[in-house]
Design a protein around this ligand. Structure first.
Ligand code: NAP
Length: 331
């Protein structure tokens, strides 16, 4: 039996292009004890994969040229040599961009029953957990505080906005289109939004949107958007550094506002994190997110691109802001 697969063909310079990926086919290996054969249902494309395309040391190994790209994948068991998994089970795991994957039972997590399985790549998966731990553990939101979220209409950002609302905060969302901002206001109750692509001064827009200053900044993007936040932070503000997508396609060191003077005089805290550091608490996070989600309190938006052959395009689209909520590929 053959599987289609997508290999990492070359390291991108700047924005990745389709030439950085090649499509091939290979024979699916025979199952060994403790393994299952999975048919891919959904593939997650994520900004951090751009970091893995760069050579050098990071928190996760770089992709090697010729290797199959991997990310979170939802699959259905079609054959099982593992006692705890049966044909038909739907699971999520870190797997190759393949139409069929062989996986060890120990790698697999079952998706939440009764919920569309793609949600396991979004609000009930790594993006949801990132929002949950980043905001609650590092941000420590309190009633009436002002929370600014960049990348607010993406998978992580829109979950942060909603949890901050649950905690009684005033939420200001920053995103790159008026349609995304409308969604944030109309569907998620975000009070004020800023379109960073059309605003002439991020500082003026933020100053107007945050008359009482900024208590928490949840940073998904970095760059000039984040520079504008620093002069507006309050005493004991918390700045959660989750991601810096604005510089993922650049090889140069970013030059901008130095945060230290603002942190000192406001006794503020800035902390980066990688969500896998919270792995021992993932069950707690998923349980709370699932409770909010199944009760209808926590909303999930996703942008679905159909067709395995469109996976690289879906990935590249993240850097053009083509997604509202979680970007997934449906096979
Ligand atoms: N620390 C962790 O463990 C962890 C875990 C997961 C994700 N992250 C990070 O969290 C951030 C969001 O990830 P996600 O999965 O939720 O992705 P996402 O926000 O769903 O998708 C990426 C979005 O980034 C925005 N964007 C692209 N280029 C930009 C630029 N130059 N300046 C400003 N915004 C830009 C686009 O929205 P616009 O239309 O608004 O431009 C795009 O839709 C990323 O930085 C990611 O690396 C961190």
């Amino acid at each position: 039996m053959l599987t289609k697969e997508i290999h990492f063909a070359s390291r991108p310079t700047g924005l990745p292009t389709l030439e950085n990926f090649t499509f091939t086919e290979s024979e699916v290996p025979a199952l060994r004890d403790g393994e299952v054969l999975l048919r891919t249902l959904y593939i997650s494309v994520d900004p951090y994969l751009r970091g893995r395309m760069r050579e050098g040391k990071s928190y996760i190994p770089a992709f090697q040229i010729g290797q199959v790209i991997e990310s979170a994948v939802v699959g259905q068991v079609v054959q099982s040599q593992a006692p705890n998994f049966n044909s038909g089970d739907i699971v999520v795991a870190q797997l190759g961009w393949r139409t069929y994957n062989v996986a060890k039972a120990g790698q697999l997590m079952r998706t939440v029953p009764g919920v569309s399985p793609s949600v396991a790549l979004g609000v009930l998966g790594i993006p949801g957990l990132t929002a949950y731990f980043g905001l609650l553990d590092i941000g420590q939101p309190k009633v009436d505080e002002t929370v600014v979220v960049s990348g607010a209409a993406g998978a992580v950002g829109m979950t942060v906005c909603q949890i901050a609302k649950f905690k009684g905060c005033h939420v200001i969302g920053i995103a790159g289109s008026d349609e995304k901002n409308k969604y944030l206001r109309d569907e998620l109750g975000v009070e004020t939004t800023i379109n960073y692509k059309t605003t002439s001064s991020m500082f003026d827009a933020l100053k107007e949107a945050c008359p009482n200053g900024i208590d928490i900044y949840f940073d998904n993007v970095g760059g000039v958007v984040s520079d504008a936040v620093m002069p507006l932070i309050n005493e004991r503000a918390r700045i959660v550094i989750c991601g810096q997508i604005s510089i993922y396609n650049s090889d140069k060191l970013e030059v901008g506002v130095k945060p230290q003077p603002f942190l000192v005089v406001r006794s503020a805290m800035m902390k980066g994190f990688i969500v896998t550091q919270y792995m021992p608490r993932f069950a707690e996070g998923i349980s709370q997110l699932a409770q909010w989600f199944t009760s209808g309190q926590l909303k999930h938006a996703e942008t679905i691109i159909e067709g395995f052959e469109n996976t690289p395009d879906a990935f590249i689209g993240l850097f053009r802001g083509e997604n509202l909520g979680k970007q997934v590929v449906k096979l």
